[in-house]
Design a protein around this ligand. Structure first.
Ligand code: SF4
Length: 330
């Protein structure tokens, strides 16, 4: 792979760090070097905005102030405190990883070791390693990808792992400074506040005079856009049986989404087009789900668990299950 070192100007790092010192937002996870707190914030911030995460972060740490408390908590309680943040597999993996960390006696200090833990992908491992332990590794999230593609004028298909390596190499090269944690925070902050997807505030940017996308008028074209995933259409007929204030759920046997979670039983089928009639429509990642609710008086299956209606949110807090339940109680 072509070295990227020559693309980095010697004062790229210093100008970025000095801009960060003067301009960054004061966020609670930036005031700590506790790997546990940093880890929680990083997992919450994936796919979710800072403003949304703030109250969740405070509540979560109040309930689970350390690895031990999280590892020993029942999964239901963890999911309950996650309720509303979406992407619940993150909460399940967090719980699993906390148990592994607790058993191992705490956090390893390098990204390579962290990546062996459940739910620790390259991004989370690098973020924890650099923010908590000052490891000199670059952290590549969507904001950083955008900044690097524009600053260095790179038409990289960043969703393809081999091509993403070009950006990872630049991020790693940039992180070879005394304060890699600050450098990484600065790159993320630049992407979040100035180098935004639309209408970036280039005149305030520390790299304005050297930004290759700006010089070649290609800001709107970079980073390249990932081709849209093809969506799948599914029709699900959940059977909703409510008796004496309890509803019947099964541990997901067939649905391609919400794997391993407690859901309503009922057949599901992949279709070529959407059905003429449906009660609820819901989207999860690439799945467009059309739901035809089937109300039942009873259900006789050994696998069924009868859950009090006011406990369903604890067992499965996803909005899909809530929507179906609300519809069936109309
Ligand atoms: S000059 Fe503009 S496009 Fe270039 S890195 Fe700065 S904010 Fe982004």
């Amino acid at each position: 792979m072509k070295s990227t070192l020559q693309q980095i100007r010697p004062d790229d790092q210093s100008s970025l760090i000095s801009w960060y010192h003067d301009n960054h937002r004061d966020l609670p996870w930036r005031r700590t070097q506790d790997p546990y707190k940093i880890w929680i914030s990083e997992v919450m911030l994936q796919q979710t905005t800072v403003v949304t995460v703030l109250p969740y972060y405070e509540r979560f740490l109040k309930a689970f102030p350390n690895i031990k408390k999280l590892a020993q908590a029942p999964l239901e309680k963890v999911l309950e405190l996650w309720s509303g943040l979406g992407y619940y597999s993150r909460a399940r993996n967090l719980h699993k990883a906390a148990q592994a960390l607790h058993q191992n006696g705490g956090f390893p200090q390098t990204a390579t070791e962290l990546e062996q833990l459940p739910g620790f992908g390259p991004y989370t491992s690098r973020a924890v390693a650099t923010f908590a332990f000052q490891e000199k590794v670059g952290v590549l999230d969507g904001n950083v990808i955008r900044v690097l593609c524009r600053r260095y004028g790179l038409s990289v298909q960043h969703w393809i792992p081999k091509e993403k390596q070009v950006l990872q190499k630049i991020a790693d090269d940039l992180a070879q400074v005394k304060t890699p944690d600050i450098l990484n925070q600065a790159l993320m902050e630049l992407g979040a506040t100035l180098c935004t997807p639309q209408n970036p505030s280039c005149l305030l940017c520390p790299w304005v005079s050297r930004c290759q996308a700006r010089q070649s008028s290609t800001i709107a074209l970079l980073p390249l856009k990932k081709p849209r995933a093809t969506f799948e259409t599914w029709v699900w007929q959940p059977q909703v049986a409510i008796q004496k204030g309890k509803v019947a759920l099964v541990q997901n046997p067939d649905l391609p989404f919400l794997k391993g979670q407690w859901v309503f039983p009922g057949p599901i089928q992949k279709m070529k087009s959407k059905p003429a009639r449906f009660d609820v429509k819901h989207g999860i990642t690439k799945y467009d789900i059309y739901i035809q609710v089937r109300k039942k008086k009873s259900l006789s299956s050994q696998d069924v668990k009868w859950v009090p209606l006011d406990q369903v949110k604890k067992i499965n807090p996803t909005s899909l299950i809530q929507k179906i339940l609300e519809h069936s109680q109309k």
